[in-house]
Write a protein that binds this ligand. Structure first.
Ligand code: AMP
Length: 293
């Protein structure tokens, strides 16, 4: 299969206008490149559900803090284009930063509330950067459906709310987390891990899975559940826990009577690398957590 690489907004708009004459639905998968099997699953899902799939490969500087890993973030465009093609993408949008943020750019998308929770505590401007780029990309691509990983559960909740609040008219679809054989959630950042750190990094999944069993047995006390996660991660010498929280998956507020899906989310540093992971649980049905990913 062939994927068409496009770098300019104008060219993408022209191509989409042309293609829209013969396709009914456009699916969109925004990424920062350095693609792995998690990204491929999103692209494959979009290709299966839409007539045309656009993938963006754009390392968005706006969502990185001053002391974060923007400068060392892995990049592999040639391989990424192969993954796009093999997964069924039709168009890869690869704009240079100046295309999305020309000189004088000064308009941003902000959200009150849920962007301050979880990762927002240590990454205060992160979601502003995410929402701004996703909003711009939605305006450029105008997709019918957009695909996001549950791996970044807070991002998924924020983008869902943004699309609703700002009437983007794009359906936001969450896709299950793709994991390595030992449970580690696939991430472009896993390449930073030394062999020892890579072994230690499985503690995130182990902690979630252990706590998940407790939830399946009916435990609903958030403190007891997050304490268990903290203890499992605390037992790993190379890991430093940033947060472990059990929240309503949609609102990112405390679990309450209205909560349908519960999000057990964790962030930890393994050596110098910050990793996140989560699992989702149906609040009402202990032992029936088919949604867990
Ligand atoms: P990124 O390139 O890290 O910005 O990720 C692009 C999209 O891929 C986001 O919607 C992520 O949530 C999703 N994604 C990243 N890792 C995984 C994974 N292991 N499984 C499923 N989706 C993922």
């Amino acid at each position: 299969m062939n994927v068409r690489k496009i770098e300019r907004i104008e060219d993408l708009r022209a191509e989409l206008a042309l293609r829209r004459r013969s396709v009914e639905s456009v699916g969109f998968v925004p990424t920062m490149g350095a693609l792995h099997a998690g990204h491929a699953s999103l692209i494959g899902r979009s290709a299966g559900e839409n007539d045309l799939t656009v993938v963006s490969l754009f390392l968005n500087p706006l969502q990185f803090g001053a002391n974060e890993d923007l400068d060392k973030y892995p990049s592999s465009e040639a391989e990424d284009l192969l993954v796009c093609a093999a997964s069924g993408a039709d168009i890869a949008f690869c704009p240079p930063p100046s295309e999305l943020y020309p000189g004088g750019f000064s308009t941003y998308v902000n959200m009150d509330g849920m962007t301050a929770a979880l990762c927002g505590k240590s990454r205060p401007d992160h979601f502003r950067g995410v929402m701004t780029v996703v909003g711009k990309l939605f305006n450029i691509v105008r997709p019918d459906r957009a695909y996001f990983g549950e791996k970044d559960a807070q991002q998924l909740a924020v983008v869902r709310k943004m699309a609703r609040d700002l009437n983007f008219g794009t359906e936001i679809i969450g896709c299950p987390t793709v994991r390595e054989a030992d449970g580690l959630a696939m991430s472009s950042r896993n390449v930073y891990l030394s062999p020892d750190e890579r072994a230690a990094a499985t503690c995130l999944y182990r902690a979630l899975a252990t706590a998940g069993k407790r939830i399946d047995r009916g435990e609903r006390d958030a403190q007891a559940i997050t304490d268990l996660v903290s203890r499992t991660i605390g037992a790993e010498p190379l890991a430093e826990l940033e947060y472990a929280e059990l929240l309503d998956a949609e609102t990112l507020e405390s679990v309450g009577a209205e909560t349908e899906s519960m999000l057990l989310a964790v962030a930890a540093r393994i050596g110098g690398t910050r990793l996140i992971d989560n699992m989702m649980f149906d609040r009402a049905k202990p032992g029936k957590n088919g949604q867990r990913s």
